[in-house]
Write a protein that binds this ligand. Structure first.
Ligand code: 26V
Length: 799
């Protein structure tokens, strides 16, 4: 289509006039965005159709990736990049006097996720298509994605997110492929010749309408599909108020759940999970039947992956289809189900492991509950045979116990593969959290260390670094990210180092401008940009970062001879609306920022910035500008982390604990090129098991700690009254369960090493280059190739 900028310009202007009946001069950036978006979608469509055709007609195995979250961000830029027309379009637009960046601002982020888990799913889709793997996403088309965050007087305020307000150029509604999903009702048992069958009667039906989004591979013709389900009224049930039914139905795809700890709306969350799973499986099976007729060899042609436990009802749903619709025996259905489905675990935090009360589960999903019950009984019998009399073990491992359904247990029992997301996380799963399952099913457990798409997080987010890399080592790293290692030979090259420092400088200027716009604060572009961006959680220890800044500020105020390289601490984080403790940390960061940024005595050396509404598009400006990547979770708590990889790929140095993928980053770059500190996970787990940690000892013996903790509650932060008491109490009265005080001293020392290292720019740049050089292994292409080979047994399908 538009192979050069002249044809592009002509088509663009034509299309704009046709769509809006306006001339170019009268058009708004949004008109221009919609025009371009529609052109790109049309451009994609022929490859989309042929990919579908090829996948339909071949006998190739395919994977479906089921996820309650897909944190896609914006699609225009990455689609242009992957189609190989980014430069043509950019240049064409420039000649018309407009910037692609400005047009992109009109695209709302598709923010259908909370954090790492949802973004991982989005990176995986990009890698699947780019590797020509037949793999599709299945998710929910939430009307409102993760809330928009406003900071008012330092406090987080949540506003409903509205990404669909101006339409979505990427989606195609397929109402002819809608599917009914049934809830509530009764199960009738029918006996015929001694065989029982089950019928779900008086169910309340919801219509699941698919919206398909093309997933464009990088410089290839493969275009896979992300299918998002929208909940709509189906047949109005008799005896129910029509408006109530409509409202309740639409509520199912109205909001993405922030992962909060609260009970309200639990039924709705379970409804969402079954809605996603049932619609996806029915649609997969319908396509399969159309081609193969019967389902007896489903597992040889289809792999289904469940991203965490949220879609684990895929197990009983597939059993239901095979038993009730296909009339298979339990044994055969079980073999096919287990052969088809695989599962990734993303956390070992017990409070985050899903458990559904039977009194909620059973009435909402009566047939599914019967099946889970049967799975549980058979599993417990198997255990009884293996461990006769060991009631304790059976009680601990059961899928249903004490009137709750444990979704992680169901996931391990009902699939052929359970993987963790970084080496240490998988080890903790095997040897601690899921130890008893590993004992009986060792062959099911494996590791797949997470990755990120270097196309979005390097090529798109950091075009300056991309050009420099291309000029220095050629372009092979783009298709083989491990080739980034070739810049290692430039790590001592003075002119390359200079070029790297210039790239960082430009990126820091871009972020500084954005910060100025958003917060009004001017930051020193030559200061160290020290960044912590991620969901706000106690275990991620944003608090440790804050306490260190308070200490540094105290020291600068008290000791006029103390010098440091100027530092800008940058935060971005959303707290779950119901997570009050996390919200207090946000307020604390903002109170500290207020104090520090307005202190003339220190503000040439110290600034604190809280960036409102952290999201994918903002992240794309943050990672390239960072010097220091804060990855300071309590060891053993962060399953992997993926922000750590995005920072590394953009040349930031990690300041981190020995947790999650930080350990693998250390293994890659070597200990001279990373700053590690703190308790190891062994030590943390030892304390949890045997006790022996007393946080008040650190309070009494370390006057730096005493001073900052007293400042939390002494009125030092004006207008906060007793607002930070809960933080103080968590550290002292509740014995600091995340070891903030225990790691404080070691963190201060690591920060001092950072300060010293940065002042030797020559060495710093070398470290930065080595980080980029070793980041290729964290491309999600590597991760996805491993899933494809070891778990899904799928191979590329090119046409
Ligand atoms: C959820 C909750 C909800 C209740 C309160 C505590 C809590 C703590 C954590 C979570 C997160 C659950 C799943 C998740 O998002 N895991 C993240 O997955 C990423 C991709 O694998 C990984 O990089 C992160 O380390 C992991 O936290």
């Amino acid at each position: 289509m538009f192979t050069n900028k002249e044809t592009f310009k002509r088509e663009f202007l034509n299309k704009l006039e046709m769509m809006y009946g306006k001339t170019f001069l009268e058009s708004t950036p949004r008109d221009q965005y919609n025009t371009l978006g529609n052109m790109v979608r049309e451009y994609i469509s022929s490859n989309w159709i042929s990919t579908n055709e090829t996948q339909r007609s071949s006998n190739h195995k395919q994977v479906y990736y089921l996820s309650i979250e897909f944190l896609l961000g914006r699609l225009l830029g990455s689609n242009l990049l992957n189609l190989g027309i980014l430069n043509t379009v950019e240049e064409g637009l420039n000649e018309l006097g407009i910037q692609l960046d400005d047009i992109e601002e009109s695209e709302a982020d598709a923010g259908l996720g909370n954090g790492g888990l949802g973004r991982l799913a989005a990176c995986f889709l990009d890698s699947l298509a780019s590797l020509n793997l037949p793999g599709h996403g299945c998710g929910i088309r939430y009307k409102h994605g993760l809330f928009d965050q406003k900071i008012v007087d330092g406090y987080q305020v949540e506003l409903p997110e509205q990404w669909l307000r101006h339409g979505n150029v990427w989606e195609v509604r397929k109402s002819d492929q809608a599917i009914e999903v049934g809830f509530w009702g009764e199960i009738e048992t029918v006996e015929k010749n001694g065989e029982f069958s089950f019928k779900h009667v008086e169910a309340e039906k919801i219509m699941a309408v698919p919206y398909d989004i093309p997933v464009v591979g990088f410089e290839t013709t493969t275009v896979n599909t992300l299918r998002l389900w929208n909940a709509e009224p189906s047949r109005y049930p008799t005896g129910k108020d029509v408006l109530v039914y409509k409202r309740e139905t639409e509520a199912v795809s109205e909001f993405l759940y922030p992962d909060d700890t609260h009970d309200e709306g639990k039924i709705l969350r379970l409804k969402q999970q079954y809605f996603l799973v049932s619609a996806s499986l029915q649609s997969i099976v319908r396509n399969f039947r159309a081609k193969h007729g019967r389902l007896h060899d489903l597992h040889e042609h289809i792999a289904i992956h469940v991203n965490d436990t949220h879609p684990v009802l895929a197990i009983p749903e597939l059993m239901r289809i095979l038993l009730d619709e296909e009339g298979m025996s339990w044994e055969q259905a079980w073999e096919i189900t287990r052969g088809t489905i695989s599962y990734t675990n993303h956390t070992t935090l017990s409070e985050a492991l899903e458990k559904w009360p039977v009194h909620i589960f059973q009435p909402l999903l009566p047939r599914i509950f019967m099946i889970v019950n049967e799975i549980n009984e058979r599993f417990c019998q198997e255990l009884w045979k293996q461990f006769p009399g060991d009631w304790k073990r059976i009680e601990d491992m059961a899928i249903i116990a004490h009137n709750v359904v444990k979704m992680a247990h169901l996931a391990i029992v009902g699939t052929h593969s359970t993987n963790g997301v970084a080496h240490i996380h998988s080890e903790i799963l095997k040897h601690r959290e899921m130890k008893s399952f590993y004992e009986i099913y060792p062959e099911r457990f494996n590791n797949k260390t997470n990755g990120i798409t270097h196309r979005r997080w390097l090529i798109k987010a950091n075009p300056q670094l991309t050009s420099l890399l291309n000029e220095s080592i050629g372009e092979s790293w783009i298709s083989k990210p491990r080739d980034l290692i070739n810049i290692k030979s430039f790590s001592k090259d003075a002119s390359f180092k200079y070029a790297i420092s210039e790239v960082k400088k430009i990126r820091k200027q871009i972020l500084a401008e954005r910060i100025k716009e958003q917060t009004g604060v001017t930051i020193d572009e030559s200061s160290i940009f020290d960044v912590q961006v991620k969901r706000l959680h106690a275990y991620k220890r944003q608090l440790l970062n804050v306490l260190h800044i308070m200490y540094l500020y105290n020291k600068l105020k008290e000791d006029s001879s103390y010098t440091i390289h100027p530092r800008t601490f940058i935060f971005g984080a959303k707290a779950s609306p119901g997570y009050h403790y996390a919200k207090k940390i946000i307020k604390l960061i903002n109170s500290l920022a207020d104090k520090v940024n307005n202190d003339k005595q220190t503000n040439d050396r110290l600034k604190v910035i809280f960036l409102e509404n952290y999201r994918v598009s903002l992240a794309e400006d943050i990672f390239p500008a960072a010097d220091v990547s804060e990855q300071i979770s309590t060891a053993s708590k962060e399953a992997s982390g993926t922000g750590n990889m995005k920072f590394m790929m953009n040349g930031a140095l990690t300041l981190g604990t020995l947790d999650g993928a930080n350990i693998e980053i250390l293994d890659e770059v070597g200990k001279e090129n990373i700053f590690t500190f703190g308790l190891t996970s062994e030590e943390v787990l030892h304390f949890y098991q045997y006790g022996g940690y007393h946080s008040h000892e650190y309070f009494h013996h370390d006057k730096r700690i005493r001073q900052v903790l007293e400042q939390l509650t002494s009125g030092y932060f004006p207008d906060t009254a007793d607002h930070f008491d809960a933080i103080y109490d968590s550290l002292l009265m509740e014995n600091d369960q995340y070891f903030v005080l225990r790691d404080f001293g070691s963190y201060v020392q690591a920060q001092e090493r950072v300060n010293t290292a940065y002042q030797n720019q020559d060495e710093w740049l070398e470290k930065s280059i080595l980080n980029i050089a070793h980041s290729g292994t964290f491309s999600s292409d590597r991760t996805i190739s491993e899933y494809a080979k070891d778990i899904w047994k799928i191979s590329p399908l090119k046409f």
